[in-house]
Design a protein around this ligand. Structure first.
Ligand code: PEP
Ligand code: MG
Length: 880
């Protein structure tokens, strides 16, 4: 039997082999196959990595020999010799997983340099400074990545030699200094590792390959996979590629570029480059690079060639590309290309423009815009009319604005965020080790690095505001403060960052809501044509209703009426109603509430004129409208101690008695929802009357109000029958009083498991169902909605007991099964039954997909999630 093939030359693979070669390896192979100038090399498969793990961390059989064979081939192809003194072949060794994990795993550059080859390189390039710089960089990288040594120990040596030479920049160091640095590095390795630095290039290569395999399971890679839901079993490929040098003089350079602007989607080359530098200088943010447009002046021919390549790549991949390139002595090499991470605004503009340019179909374009990402567009920004005290300006690296307390390290960020504090992570630059702090922070501010620095790339991916390269900000990590424009900001002070403009300001700035771009509006219209699910909004005020309508809601799926009872002018009347000793007293108080309610409904129904508005009758237990028992006790005691007003004390004591009488051990399972309508029918009758009187008034004005009356928390069909009869009774009263016919749908929320199981019986009395999946999740899991998320659910998710928080993403297996049962029993009884969902899940893309699959008529979500739901519904329709 032939030995297993663990290695593919770039010329042997293609883009379809991503699983085997990793994204980067498949990309290099594909680029090679379409004729791009790629430095030659080969890829060790992800399978080899997985076998390395299943083989107790030993290379699978035949791998070492095959690596050696391929190096020989590479020698032939490049005319260079691995370990050769005269014309040494140097290689890069890079990780490359199936899904991009930027900066999470390890890379070694300049591998193959030894005491001998470094001399050869110096001679060959006539540039000893470059040779020794490459050598010392290599030892440092190899020391960190392979030998697990501390980065700062190398940095200390480098700094000490800069000092000795009296310079501040790496670039200013002489060949002799760098040679000394390399010698000291070698000594440091011997001291720390207890063996000399390997001087055999093949040994270096085997060790580096093993280190890359191991980096698949380093902490930051594991965290990144968890956040991005990348499976742990995929493994990484290892790409070994002949090195080209961007730091051989001023006809050399290196850079990274996007084929379009990843921040706003404009069709322009976007990126940065450095003359006379190696790739890591750009990515690590150590030197602040120049905008790519400068290359047009510096190297006009190469710029034109690069533009052509970008065009070719976009047409070939049908997507925006993120490209790494190097120029070695006026020859352009493409090192890497991959689909470019972009902000939501850019994703929308690019998808839209690609349709206009004939590269994508409308369906393809819609699928390119991730509903989850749309959260970004729906981000708030700083009110342009607000006065903010600008502290500094940096690069606008990831859009959106955020305020929070300043923290200077990732652990602190994580810790404080866990306690509910909003924080902004401020760092000189970030590294992959800071990833957990970036997850926890509202936004990120770095004093160094460019638009493609680690902080910038990761923040854009997370949809968080980020400002990078903000050099005005002078950070002292030791003192836990930074200064800018003469001001000192200490840890814990509040700042605001605006990642769209790059401005840092002091204090918490007022924010305003986002607006939709014309491109996004058009894509949403394409989505509307393709989707089957309707999208409504949950809104309780005319303002929210207007906002929802503007964002494309086709009505209100849930208008909660309890919020209307809390307004300052109403609460005392509500309390009077609750305190009433007799039905007459209660009716009197309700009579005073009625005009308020009628006005509320008129406002909402007219904001949604011509569209359905589902109004839910009162749902929460009444004690929620009374003062808290503990606060009452304190107030009464204080008044007594001060010999305060006896009448007031009596009044408070009465409230206290009533609050005690109404108190429940499990209020969520207590006297609430439709049970209120049965025990205190006067309350519901008032609400029904207010709805119908508002409707009649609007009808008389010539408007088209479309109310739907919804009874909450029904578990037994009798509960609904009684409440429905009450609605019909009030309808009859109103019709008699006004002579106007009031035939509007009467339906129920389905939010208890029993309701799902007997949905056929319930449907006898319902014109529509609306699944209240918040309560349904609570009652199905037996998780208290008010406690579980704060107390233990995060552990369930962290420990992977649950894949997701079921209050955010609908649990398809359990809650979903109940929903499905409810839909099918309900429609069996009443085929024309309208069915929607109004729990929080109505705006979650995954849950929206589920709603599409079980054939709901509509989802209803908060106004700002309406565009997300419209897009998610189209995705579901296209994908299924
Ligand atoms: C629900 O339970 O899903 C619902 C929408 O109602 P509320 O959140 O008001 O209980
Ligand atoms: Mg509910």
């Amino acid at each position: 039997m032939d030995a297993k093939k663990y290695i593919y030359k770039f010329s042997e693979g293609n883009a379809k082999m991503k699983e085997l070669l990793g994204g980067k390896g498949a990309g290099l192979a594909e680029m090679t196959s379409i004729g791009l100038p790629v430095p030659p090399g080969f890829t060790i498969t992800t399978e080899a990595c997985n076998e390395y793990y299943s083989n107790k961390k030993q290379f699978p059989e035949g791998l070492a020999d095959s690596i050696a064979d391929h190096i020989r081939d590479l020698e032939k192809e490049t005319g260079k010799v691995f370990g050769g003194k005269d014309n040494p072949l140097l290689v890069s060794v890079r990780s490359g997983a199936v899904f991009s994990m930027p900066g999470m795993m390890d890379t070694v550059l300049n591998l193959g340099l030894t005491k001998e080859t470094v001399e050869g390189l110096a001679h060959l390039t006539d540039n000893p400074r470059f040779a020794y710089d490459s050598y010392r960089r290599f030892i440092q990288m190899f020391g960190g990545v392979v030998l697990r040594m501390e980065h700062h120990e190398f940095e200390d040596i480098l700094e000490s030699w800069k000092k000795k030479q009296g310079v501040t920049l790496d670039m200013e160091m002489t060949a002799d200094s760098l040679k000394n640095v390399a010698d000291e590095y070698l000594k440091l390795v011997q001291e720390r590792v207890g063996r000399p630095f390997p001087q055999d290039p093949k040994e270096q290569l085997f060790m580096a390959v093993e280190a890359v395999f191991s980096s698949w399971n380093n902490q930051r890679a594991i965290t990144y996979r968890k956040i991005n839901k990348i499976p742990d079993h995929l493994g990484t490929g290892v790409n070994i590629q002949s090195m080209v040098f961007g730091n051989m003089g001023n006809d050399c350079g290196t850079g990274v570029a996007f084929t379009r602007n990843p921040s706003n989607g404009n069709n322009e080359l976007y990126g940065e480059y450095l003359l006379n530098a190696q790739g890591e200088d750009v990515v690590a943010g150590i030197r602040t690079p120049h905008p790519i447009a400068d290359m047009k002046e510096d190297m006009p021919e190469i710029y034109t060639e690069f533009q052509k390549i970008c065009h070719k790549l976009e047409e070939h991949y049908k997507d925006v590309q993120d490209i790494e390139f190097t120029i070695e002595r006026s020859k352009l090499f493409i090192l890497q290309t991959r689909s470019g991470k972009r902000t939501a605004n850019a994703a929308v503009k690019i998808a839209h423009d690609f349709v206009a340019e004939g590269i994508l179909s409308k369906e393809e374009a819609i699928l390119r815009v991730e509903p989850d990402q749309i959260n970004q567009i729906m981000h708030r920004r700083i009110d342009p009319d607000a006065h903010v005290e600008v502290l500094a300006k940096g690069l606008p690296a990831s859009p959106g604005a955020a305020s929070g307390k300043v923290v200077f390290d990732a652990d602190q960020a994580e810790k404080q965020a866990a306690d509910g504090t909003k924080v902004i992570l401020v760092r000189p630059e970030t590294t992959p080790d800071d990833i957990h702090g970036m997850v926890a922070a509202q936004g990120i501010l770095t004093s160094r690095g460019g638009m493609t620095s680690h902080a910038a790339v990761v923040a854009r991916g997370m949809g968080k505001p980020c400002i990078s390269g903000c050099e005005e900000v002078k950070i002292s990590l030791a003192a836990k403060e930074f200064t800018a424009r003469g001001k000192t900001v200490r840890v814990g002070d509040i700042i605001t960052i605006d990642g769209t403009t790059g401005q840092v300001s002091l204090g918490e700035a007022p924010m305003i809501d986002p607006v939709l771009t014309p491109e996004f509006i058009e894509i949403l219209q394409w989505a509307d044509d393709l989707r089957n699910l309707g999208v409504r909004a949950n809104a309780d005020t005319p303002d929210d209703a207007r906002k929802a309508r503007e964002l494309g809601a086709a009505g209100i799926g849930l208008c909660r009426t309890e919020h209307m009872f809390f307004a300052a002018d109403r609460l005392p009347v509500v309390q009077e109603m609750i305190m009433a000793e007799t039905v007459e007293e209660r009716r009197a108080a309700l009579g005073r509430l009625l005009p308020f309610q009628q006005e509320d409904f008129e406002g909402i129904l007219s904001a949604m004129d011509g569209l359905p508005v589902t109004i839910r009758l009162l749902d929460p237990p009444l004690h929620e409208f009374l003062p808290n028992l503990e606060e009452l006790a304190v107030e009464i005691t204080t008044l007594k101690l001060q010999d305060g007003n006896p009448a007031k004390i009596r009044e408070l004591e009465a409230l206290q008695r009533k609050a005690r009488a109404l108190a429940e051990f499990n209020p969520m399972l207590g006297l609430r929802g439709c049970r209120l309508g049965i025990i205190y029918p006067e309350v519901y009758r008032m609400q029904i009357r207010a709805i119908l009187q508002a409707t009649v008034r609007l009808l008389k004005k010539g408007s088209n109000p479309m109310p739907e009356i919804m009874i909450p928390l029904v578990g037994h069909e009798e509960e609904l029958r009684i409440n429905r009869d009450m609605v019909l009774d009030v309808v009859q009263e109103i019709e008699e009083e006004t002579g106007i016919h009031c035939d509007y749908p009467i339906g129920t929320m389905i939010e208890l498991p029993r309701a799902c199981l007997v949905a056929d019986e319930i449907a006898r009395y319902a014109d529509f169902f609306s699944f209240g999946t918040n309560d349904l999740t609570q009652t199905t899991f037996g998780f208290s909605r008010d406690d579980a998320e704060g107390k233990f659910l995060h552990r369930y998710v962290d420990d992977k007991i649950l894949d997701n928080n079921p209050f955010a993403v609908l649990d398809r297996k359990g809650v979903g099964k109940l929903v499905e049962t409810g839909v099918s029993l309900g429609r069996k009884q009443r085929p024309e039954l309208k069915v929607g969902i109004c729990g929080e899940h109505g705006g979650d893309p995954n849950s929206v997909e589920f709603c599409h699959l079980v054939g709901l008529d509509y989802v209803s979500c908060s106004p700002f999630r309406v565009p997300i739901a419209r897009l998610a519904a189209a995705h579901a329709a296209i994908n299924h």
